[in-house]
Design a protein around this ligand. Structure first.
Ligand code: ATR
Length: 278
């Protein structure tokens, strides 16, 4: 039996077992995927003993993503760009690390808005943390010429711009609406919008009518940002698709089957989100 897990501290909130459990049943694979709480001081030991524990690999969530990146033997391009890893597996006796958030976000954007074009204008990003880095990396790889990063703490936006080079520009938080009007895609990567975590205060008046507005927050599924964009007839991309698609590469590595993100799987997650309201 093949085994994988998701580790974090805390971990109770993780919806990854729901996703991987669905695929294991769907494909009739003799495997298991569990969640396990691992304290920060125990992460390195846990990851170094995957084989001894009978694990093919694992997902890593907050606050262990940077440690996982640091101790891996091999890292993919997205993990290097983000300096953090969420997916680990053993291959040829080595610990491999990937950051599949970039893949998850870009795949779902392409799925929902297949006609978005990297050359249609700048991309606007709200936030400058790890999630922002994953998304910025995706747009740069897609060939976007200008990425504008708006962050409450401007110095973090500047650090991010410096790390990614001249196509990325840092802006003050208070110009996030004016500075995004000509954008072809706007993405919220901050926790604001998450139930009870405050408002982003975006003003969509005068936005490019073709702008796509995406949120990586998926609780609630329709965030205040997405509701505001919809009210201005802008196309929207919810955060749940990124969660579902980021899980695909890990499942394939551990269980040897490339899984599909189906409407049925999405419905399962929507029901869970709406049922728990947390
Ligand atoms: P993650 O790795 O999930 O992106 P993070 O590194 O803690 O998490 O980054 C969180 C981001 O959300 C930061 O850009 C943060 O802004 P600061 O750099 O100013 O802290 C942003 N953020 C969190 N809460 C916010 C809020 N209420 N309004 C605006 N930005 C917020």
């Amino acid at each position: 039996m093949k085994r994988a897990a998701v580790i974090g501290w805390p971990i109770e909130h993780s919806r990854s077992p729901l996703i991987h459990g669905y695929w294991l049943r769907q494909y009739g694979i003799d495997g298991s995927y569990i969640k396990q709480a691992v304290r920060p001081e125990e992460v390195a030991g846990f990851l170094r003993s995957l084989e001894a524990q009978g694990l093919a690999g694992c997902n890593v969530t907050v606050p262990h993503k940077e440690t996982a990146y640091a101790i891996a033997d091999e890292r993919d391009a997205s993990a290097r760009a983000v300096q953090a890893a969420n997916t680990l597996w053993l291959e040829g006796g080595k610990l491999h690390a990937a950051n599949t958030d970039t893949y998850g976000f870009m795949t779902y954007l392409d799925h929902v808005v297949p006609d978005w074009k990297a050359h249609d204008g700048p991309v606007a990003i709200l936030g400058a943390g790890g999630a922002a880095r994953a998304v910025v990396h995706g747009f740069l790889e897609a060939g976007v010429e200008e990425v504008r990063v708006f962050n409450r703490t401007r110095s973090r936006a500047e650090q991010l711009a410096e790390a990614f080079g001249p196509r990325v520009k840092a802006f003050d938080w208070n110009v996030r609406s004016d500075g995004s009007r000509e954008a072809c895609v706007l993405v919220n990567t901050t926790a604001a919008g998450l139930k009870g975590a405050g408002s982003l205060g975006m003003d969509f008046a005068g936005f490019n009518a073709d702008c796509v507005v995406a949120d990586i927050v998926y609780v609630p599924l329709e965030t205040e940002l997405l509701a505001g964009a919809k009210a201005h007839d802008l196309r929207i991309v919810d955060g749940l698709g990124m969660l579902l698609h980021q899980a695909v590469p890990g499942f394939e590595k551990w269980f040897g089957q490339r899984p599909q993100v189906t409407p049925e799987l999405r419905a399962l997650l929507v029901a869970d989100i709406e049922g728990q309201k947390c």
